[in-house]
Design a protein around this ligand. Structure first.
Ligand code: CU
Length: 376
């Protein structure tokens, strides 16, 4: 599935004529309008077209040819739950890839990834299992990479023994001795660059008794992209160490692309009414906390900081997710319509790309929410 072209989006924005503030908070009057359309309207094509940022536009090279059509991982791509009760060994191989892709249409960036997507693939094991991990750095890479698993007792979480130059590979083996959902990331000396370019993911170590069954699981990665351009400025954006030192990201996104999981991107993520959905959020950072919130919903069960052993917290509205953390939470879906997954530092949502939308499909449930009020 490909994103709508920026040409279509611009045409749409011109006719939408709505403000960002009204849009992301909830319903904007039905029809096709989506939060991101209004939000990106303020930062994207329109300003450039009126000439307001022409000096800045001249500072960027033209958009580069992309190596891949899509860098954003599919949030539904989650390994099946643990269904074994004896320790086993998992052979896990990942490849570090350096690829050019779009942050949003017309805006290209040089990503670095584990296995060509952001976030990297989720690894799922049971407490006590062994991971036989191989990291490969292709010959055509430009940089060394490595892997720091937060699920590991050992030097650098494995990074010390997986640092490899282009053309090399490394292998480590470890036992997942403690449960929880943990981040993994590249940890070479310029680690802020590598993580900001996409090199992070999650390893889920299920407790020996497993996790409660749910109807659906979704996996997101949040992170910051620090570039030499302005948000929405078309062209090729280079990594900017100055923006990183200021902790002033050009974009913040789920799965590496601005507004990827909205009608303006790859589409909303469909779920059914009356489901229990478990979400995982890996905050790669490298620097900023997420204030994770589901608009029009609540974290029915919150596995704070990825702690899968303590009793989950209940009915939490917004939870901090620190950089270097994966948090898990469950929602219920009793009412149809959109659930907007956000970082409640909302300027990031309105202006920098950080939004994902679930679409709950099913009949109205007017006992819980009646969109027509008393009239029905
Ligand atoms: Cu790296």
């Amino acid at each position: 599935m490909t994103r709508h072209s920026h040409t279509n989006r611009r045409a749409f924005l011109k006719t939408a004529g709505i403000g960002a503030a009204a849009a992301f908070a909830g319903c904007v009057g039905g029809g096709q309008t989506d939060a991101n359309a209004a939000a990106t309207g303020e930062t994207g094509g329109e300003e450039t077209e009126t000439g307001g940022s022409s000096a800045e536009a001249a500072s960027l090279d033209p958009a580069a040819e992309v190596d891949v059509d899509r860098i954003a991982a599919d949030p539904t791509d989650v390994p099946d739950p643990v269904d074994w009760d004896e320790p086993r060994t998992h052979d896990v191989t990942m490849e570090t890839t350096e690829v050019t892709a779009e942050i949003e249409p017309g805006v290209t960036f040089d990503y670095m990834t584990f296995d060509g997507r952001v976030p990297g693939p989720m690894v799922r094991v049971r407490r006590g299992d062994t991971v036989n991990f191989t990291l490969k750095n292709p010959e055509d890479s430009g940089l060394p990479h490595n892997m720091d698993f937060h699920a590991v007792y050992g030097p650098g979480g494995g990074a010390d023994h997986t640092t490899i130059a282009p053309g090399e590979e490394a292998n480590i083996q470890y036992t997942a001795t403690y449960p929880g959902v943990h981040i993994y990331h590249c940890a070479v000396p310029n680690m802020d660059h590598h993580i900001s370019a996409g090199m992070f993911g999650a390893i889920l170590v299920e407790p020996k008794d497993g996790l409660p069954e749910v109807d659906r699981e979704l996996y997101f990665g949040q992170h910051e992209l620090y570039t030499n351009g302005e948000t929405g400025e078309e062209g090729h954006h280079e990594w900017s160490v100055d923006a990183a030192k200021e902790e002033d990201p050009t974009y913040m996104a789920f799965n590496g692309e601005a507004y990827a999981f909205t009608q303006d991107g790859y589409g909303r993520i469909p779920v059914e009414r009356d489901e229990r959905v478990r979400l995982f959020l890996s905050n790669g950072g490298p620097n900023l906390n997420s204030s994770w919130h589901a608009i029009g919903n609540v974290w029915d069960k919150l596995y704070r900081d990825g702690d899968l052993v303590s009793d989950p917290a209940r009915y939490v509205e917004t939870t901090p997710v620190a950089p270097g953390t994966v948090t898990a939470a469950e929602i219920r879906t009793p009412v149809p319509g959109p659930i907007k997954i956000v970082d409640h530092s909302l300027t990031r949502v309105a202006r920098k790309g950080l939004l994902g939308v679930l679409e709950v499909q099913g009949e109205q449930n007017s006992d819980i929410y009646d969109p027509d009020g008393e009239s029905s």
